[in-house]
Design a protein around this ligand. Structure first.
Ligand SMILES: *[C@@H]1O[C@H](CO)[C@@H](O)[C@H](O)[C@H]1NC(C)=O
Ligand SMILES: *[C@@H]1O[C@H](CO)[C@@H](O)[C@H](O)[C@H]1NC(C)=O
Ligand SMILES: *[C@@H]1O[C@H](CO)[C@@H](O)[C@H](O)[C@H]1NC(C)=O
Ligand SMILES: *[C@@H]1O[C@H](CO)[C@@H](O)[C@H](O)[C@H]1NC(C)=O
Ligand SMILES: *[C@@H]1O[C@H](CO)[C@@H](O)[C@H](O)[C@H]1NC(C)=O
Ligand SMILES: *[C@@H]1O[C@H](CO)[C@@H](O)[C@H](O)[C@H]1NC(C)=O
Ligand SMILES: *[C@@H]1O[C@H](CO)[C@@H](O)[C@H](O)[C@H]1NC(C)=O
Length: 914
């Protein structure tokens, strides 16, 4: 019986596949093997890492290399009396990440004796932060395999029954695709399988995805001998059936055309969960004793490669000898046969060896000895030529490989609590794509570690070979600030979604980027290309992708956000969601959606609120519309409500490709209806804006009408003052409520608000004082005024010196409005108000225009400021010009009169002289 479990576990550790490709020429000579073996060479690239175990007495049991480049070390307390046993109550796993950060997982769980003595426990790292500990336990006298699911926080999530003790449990090469349990096949070659999901990221729950049977082909005269399981690069599983011709004992036919052995393969993939029809990949007319599958693995873009041993008895005359030879069987993922080649006998004759195909090309041969823990390794090119090699001395006792970046390591025999780990980078036959741990990737845009603009609308991958798009996904994640929390999915697109395209060179893949994807400044993102996102054009074989946190880059800091008001809009639920909404606690439903939004967008939870309102959609009565409000930003560093709105709209529109579709609640949103604004700032304030505009226009018309009838009268100076006061009011409300949204305008706004008023105030004081001094009538007037009224007047004049005109307007014949002002003061008022136009009104108008340009949504207050500012300027310009013209006419009349009088008198004097 073959050790299926051991074989399956081999590929779990190696993301790539074992293969060996040797030409019939015996390149690998005994000389090379023996010469280079014993020289313990330590090259300059070797790295020594020392792990110190904090718990006294723990011994190394095993190591696991994870796809992300982390190393998991399993430490145990060995039983003093029986070294094959461990103490039953604890499991200690140490996860050393690439960054050097170590997570200590110390589990306090009592395993049954049959699992620990002799040790019969397997550690299977799963997806995210889950690990399955597989062990044997008897339940009511029946032995079974159980899986204890724990997480990196040393917490037990649950336990599941996996099946009988003979069952093979294997994880998919892609951890998030789950694991498979395959029963030992019966005599007919029927094996029951169950595909289990990977633990759910939030709950850790494992569910059955599918189940069925592998059926060996039912051929007349053939009997089922054995089966073999292996992982596929696309995350599925392969199942090999070995069939043998049954001679029925009686008539020993010597028909040379009889195929004595037939090998079939069936594939089981996610989605269909139905094994494919077995395809014949190898058959032979040789009467072999046996065929044994050693390993099967995947070779990037080439196909599946299995190492098979053939046990043959050769009878020559009366002599017969039995020999075992190793072969490499190569077939495509369609089941099509490619090659069957012999592996050089030199390797086959070693005591103990392992062969793996390397991602950067060529093969790794690991050679072990029976009398020492030392080992040698060799790198062979695709033709089997020796390229390089190395060895570990007898002080080493445990070996493993980081398959993804081709780094082999050995661990020295433990002394005390120290583990010395020596890693040796293996020779890369092809050093392309080293940044991506993938030699078929030539380059990408953005490159690894590039700082990107958040507005980029596509990313590209250039492959070294012509490719076609396939079914797997390309996903973009944002690295979580908290390293213990999962990364945030931004978008995920399948290769065949039509959104991705291949350039005319057949090498470059273009992937569109949604505007919501890179929406955080100074954040790290990474792209995960799943295996089978593209296939090679030459063979239609799935290509390897990239692991997480490999193709990483970051966004540049953003410019400060343009301010926008809060936005309220309606989102539609699909029919399923609508009926669920109507049946459940609605405020809880709203809360759950808001929580999901805040995680997915991502944004502070306070930024999204709801008034709890909903209604049926009139155009589609089975669906309901829910109201949400995006609150305005508290400061310019936070994203504006408009930005959040746009992000959410994009997420909804692209729901299928974003994390919205992974959440229980947000997946119920109807992406066919866009997030519609119901209460926009303009609509909200439109009546107010119209009323203020109309009243201002009426005021102005009234004013000019009055002027027209009574050009010299000052009765309507009060309107002018009212206009100025109104302007001040809106200026002030703008300063208090809005200018903070645009930090660069705060100072100019203050300057042009305060300085002109101080100047005006000084001018007004000047007028009062000089009038009091030189104009006795004014003095009488002012002394008869109540103090309160006087201070109001002074304040008004500080706003705009023009307001003093009101005091001289004789309005309603009131005493207060009949100040007797001198001509000099009137002149100061006239010029003062002209200066105000340029020192205050026009700068304020410019500030408003700048404000308009730097905010996204523009509301009532700035609108009013702009309108009233404009009116004040027009009013002043027209009025002052009018005054100036009037004065000029007056003066001209006076001069004419004077000249007339002058000439009359001169004529008179001339006459008298004459
Ligand atoms: C192995 O031996 C060969 C032949 O002597 C030599 O050319 C080669 O450099 C050696 N390689 C190593 C890694 O020692
Ligand atoms: C390969 O990955 C391992 C684990 O992340 C790391 O320790 C090692 O330095 C890497 N080797 C190379 C050559 O990058
Ligand atoms: C394990 O937990 C039990 C209680 O849950 C406790 O009694 C026992 O001492 C713990 N063992 C260790 C080794 O911490
Ligand atoms: C584990 O236990 C089962 C059932 O007792 C046995 O068949 C199997 O060989 C054991 N495995 C190891 C590695 O001891
Ligand atoms: C090869 O087959 C013969 C006959 O079945 C058997 O005795 C022998 O042990 C086998 N050799 C190997 C290495 O499996
Ligand atoms: C192991 O055995 C080989 C022969 O098979 C021998 O040459 C070598 O010296 C032995 N090593 C040790 C450490 O005993
Ligand atoms: C790209 O592939 C298509 C077939 O898929 C082929 O017709 C075309 O010539 C190829 N283009 C280049 C530049 O190789």
């Amino acid at each position: 019986m073959f050790n299926l479990a051991k074989m399956l576990i081999i590929f779990i550790y190696l993301t790539s596949i074992c293969c060996f490709f040797v030409t019939s020429q015996n390149v690998l000579s005994r000389d090379i093997l023996s010469q280079n073996v014993s020289s313990p060479n330590t090259s300059s690239q070797d790295m020594l890492y020392i792990y110190e175990e904090p718990i006294e007495g723990l011994k190394l049991q095993n190591t696991y290399t994870l796809s992300g480049g982390s190393l998991m070390i399993w430490m145990v307390f060995k039983d003093e009396e029986d070294p094959s046993c461990i103490l039953p109550y604890d499991i200690h796993l140490r996860l050393i990440e690439r960054t050097g950060r170590t997570t200590y997982i110390d589990l306090n769980y009592t395993f049954p004796l049959e699992a620990v003595c002799p040790i019969n426990i397997t550690v299977l790292p799963l997806n995210y932060n889950y690990i399955m500990i597989i062990y044997v336990k008897s339940n009511n006298g029946v032995k079974g395999k159980y899986g204890l699911i724990i997480n990196y926080g040393s917490k037990i999530i649950g336990e599941i029954y996996l099946g009988g003790v003979d069952e093979v449990v294997g994880r998919s090469i892609l951890p998030e695709k789950g694991l498979i349990c395959i029963e030992k096949p019966d005599k007919e070659g029927i094996a029951i399988w169950r595909w289990l999901s990977a633990p759910d990221i939030t709950t850790g729950e494992v569910m059955e995805r599918g189940s069925g049977e592998f059926h060996a082909p039912n051929l007349l005269f053939y009997t089922f001998v054995d089966s073999f399981n292996f992982g596929l690069v696309d995350g599925g599983f392969g199942h090999i059936y070995i069939l043998k011709y049954n001679e029925m004992g009686s008539s020993v036919t010597n028909d040379p055309n009889i195929q004595y052995w037939k090998i079939y393969v069936s594939f089981l993939r996610e989605g269909t969960y139905l094994p494919t029809m077995p395809s014949l990949v190898y058959q032979t007319t040789t009467k072999l004793n046996n065929i044994v599958f050693k390993s099967c693995s995947y070779n990037n873009g080439v196909g599946n490669i299995c190492i098979v041993s053939l046990n043959n008895t050769i009878t020559n005359k009366n002599q017969s000898r039995t020999e075992v030879n190793y072969y490499k069987l190569e077939f495509l993922t369609t089941g099509a046969f490619v090659q069957f080649d012999m592996i050089p006998k030199e390797i086959g004759n070693m005591d103990d060896f392992a062969l793996s195909s390397l991602i950067y090309g060529g093969f790794l041969v690991e050679r072990y000895y029976t009398n020492t823990t030392a080992m040698d390794f060799y790198i062979l090119d695709n033709n089997g030529n020796y390229k390089s090699g190395g060895s570990f001395g007898p002080e080493f006792f445990h070996y493993n490989l980081f398959a993804r970046n081709g780094t082999f390591f050995g661990i020295k025999k433990q002394i005390g609590n120290k583990l010395e780990i020596l890693s040796k980078p293996l020779l890369r036959l092809n050093n392309q794509g080293a940044d991506y741990d993938n030699p078929v990737i030539e380059s990408t845009k953005p490159a690894v570690n590039e700082a990107i603009d958040s507005s980029i609308n596509e990313i590209t991958i250039k492959y070294g070979i012509p490719v076609r798009l396939s079914t797997a996904n390309i996903s973009i994640f944002q690295l979580n600030d908290d390293p213990y929390k999962p990364s945030l999915l931004r978008q995920t697109i399948s290769g065949n979604s039509k959104l991705c395209t291949i350039g005319s060179d057949n090498h470059t893949v273009h992937i569109p980027i949604f505007s919501s994807t890179f929406n955080q400044p100074n954040s790290s993102y990474y792209v995960v290309i799943e295996n089978d996102f593209v296939i090679s054009q030459a063979r239609n074989e799935p290509l390897l992708g990239t692991n997480e946190k490999t193709w990483m880059f970051s966004t540049r800091p953003f410019k400060t956000e343009q301010y926008s008001e809060s936005i309220t809009g309606l989102l539609r639920l699909n029919e399923e969601g609508s009926s669920k909404f109507l049946q459940t606690n609605q405020s809880e439903f709203f809360n759950n959606i808001i929580q999901a939004f805040s995680k997915i967008i991502p944004v502070d939870e306070q930024r999204i609120t709801t008034n709890g309102k909903w209604k049926n959609d009139l155009t589609s009565p089975q669906k309901v519309l829910l109201s949400f409000t995006i609150n305005e930003a508290k400061n310019a560093i936070k994203p504006s409500s408009k930005t959040i709105f746009d992000n959410l709209s994009t997420l909804v529109k692209k729901k299928r490709f974003t994390a919205l579709s992974n959440n229980e609640y947000t997946s119920l949103i109807d992406e066919s209806a866009s997030f519609a604004i119901t209460q926009d700032y303009f609509g909200k304030y439109l009546p107010l804006i119209i009323i203020s505009l109309v009243s201002l226009i009426i005021l102005t018309i009234l004013y000019f009408l009055a002027r027209w009838k009574n050009p010299e009268g000052r009765n309507f100076a009060i309107f002018e003052t009212a206009l100025i006061m109104q302007d001040l009011a809106v200026d002030l409300s703008f300063t208090l409520l809005r200018v903070n949204n645009t930090p660069h305008l705060i100072v100019p706004n203050m300057v042009f608000l305060i300085v002109p008023h101080i100047v005006n105030f000084l001018l007004a004081i000047n007028i009062y004082l000089s009038e009091v001094d030189t104009n006795p009538m004014f003095f009488t007037w002012i002394s008869e005024l109540p103090t309160l009224l006087l201070s109001i007047c002074a304040t008004f004049s500080a706003v705009d010196i023009l307001a003093i005109n009101t005091l001289t307007s004789n309005l309603f014949g009131l005493k207060v409005f009949s100040a007797p002002l001198s001509q000099r003061s009137r002149k100061i008022i006239l010029w003062g108000s002209f200066i105000n136009i340029f020192a205050e009104d026009i700068p304020q108008l410019i500030i408003q225009i700048l404000y308009y340009n730097s905010v996204v949504t523009y509301d009532l207050i700035p609108t009013l400021v702009l309108i009233s500012g404009g009116l004040v300027i027009i009013n002043k310009l027209i009025l002052r010009s009018y005054h100036a013209i009037v004065r000029w006419y007056h003066r001209r009349d006076k001069i004419r009169n004077f000249i007339r009088r002058l000439s009359a008198s001169s004529i008179r004097s001339l006459r008298s002289n004459v």
